[in-house]
Design a protein around this ligand. Structure first.
Ligand code: GLU
Length: 303
């Protein structure tokens, strides 16, 4: 068995808010409950959305909350050669294909199939360029993305918080983009490559990402990488019931009062309130977490 190694992987598009601290605290507690390591990785592949200095602000907020990484922090923007190599591997094995569809093309194709659009729902790609590959001339004449040919069937997996999960990825999401037409690396590829390359054994993150898990497992299998165990923790909801995010009023956390911030995060995770100080509160929560989530039996099953 590989020694436990967990991670917190924020996208530095803004400072930590109440929701992201829950993911940070949960992943830290799980690592400490397993006497494991906790790493931090900055997911800054979408450079234009990551204001300068936000990464440092996040690290400072984590430090104020006494959440210290056990290894040097890594930045995805410095690891693009790894994503390129993975893309080449997939291309060599015929598992990805170039796509020239715009979002408008996708909407039109789905409308033609009678698709019922839901607000905020991501659009499953209908496979246009898989069925009708663009010509070499078309590919060289216009920007194109690379899509992963999603395996068919219903995928089942175990989540340590949510229990048994299943998803038919071909229907729910279709073939996902791994490299965007503007040249940026997509989260799905970067996260899979990095979790494997960094030897991450346990992923603990927010429930908004739970439905991304089978995509990531499918990609791990296509790249012959190992699959970590997964746990998706509850979200902090905004007043409109949506996941708290910068778009619906998440305020940057004022971590000059770290105990207050951590107490709110702990409450979301169903942990006791603790009067502090912070080191004692964290130690108490590690004990409680161990009692509640100590065992990790999460295996991915493929169709
Ligand atoms: N970077 C992602 C986010 O901030 C999290 C990725 C992950 O934990 O897998 O939402």
């Amino acid at each position: 068995m590989m020694p436990y190694r967990g991670r917190f992987a924020p996208s530095p598009t803004g400072p930590l808010h109440a929701g992201s601290l829950v993911a940070a605290l949960a992943s830290w507690l799980d690592a400490k409950a397993h006497q494991g390591q906790w790493w931090v990785r900055m997911e800054d592949t979408d450079g234009p959305r990551c204001p300068n200095g936000t990464d440092q602000l996040i690290l400072q907020q984590l430090a104020q909350c006494h959440l210290h990484p056990d290894a040097p922090v890594q930045w995805q923007s410095r690891r693009t050669h790894l994503y390129q190599a993975a893309l080449e591997h997939l291309r060599h094995n015929g598992l990805i294909y170039p796509c020239i569809c715009s979002r408008k093309d996708t909407v039109q194709a789905l409308s033609a199939q009678g698709w019922a659009f839901q607000r905020h729902a991501s659009l499953p790609y209908p496979g246009t360029c898989r069925q009708h590959p663009p010509s070499a001339a078309q590919i060289s004449a216009q920007p194109h993305s690379w899509r992963f040919a999603m395996p068919s069937g219903t995928w089942h997996w175990q989540d340590r918080w949510l229990g048994s999960q299943s998803q038919n990825m071909a229907q729910a999401v279709g073939d996902v983009v791994l490299r965007r037409a503007d040249g940026l690396w997509a989260y799905q590829l970067a996260v899979v490559v990095d979790d494997a390359e960094q030897g991450i054994t346990h992923v603990v993150r927010g429930q908004d990402l739970a439905d991304n898990t089978p995509r990531q497992i499918a990609l791990q299998q296509a790249l012959r990488l190992s699959t970590p165990t997964y746990m998706h923790t509850p979200l902090v909801r905004a007043e409109d019931g949506e996941k708290l995010s910068k778009q619906n009023g998440a305020h940057p956390l004022d971590t000059r009062d770290p105990l207050k911030c951590l107490q709110s995060a702990a409450q979301v995770l169903g942990l006791d309130q603790h009067p502090g100080p912070v080191p004692q509160a964290l130690a108490h929560w590690v004990g409680q977490w161990t009692a509640q989530h100590g065992t990790t039996n999460s295996q991915a099953e493929t169709p």
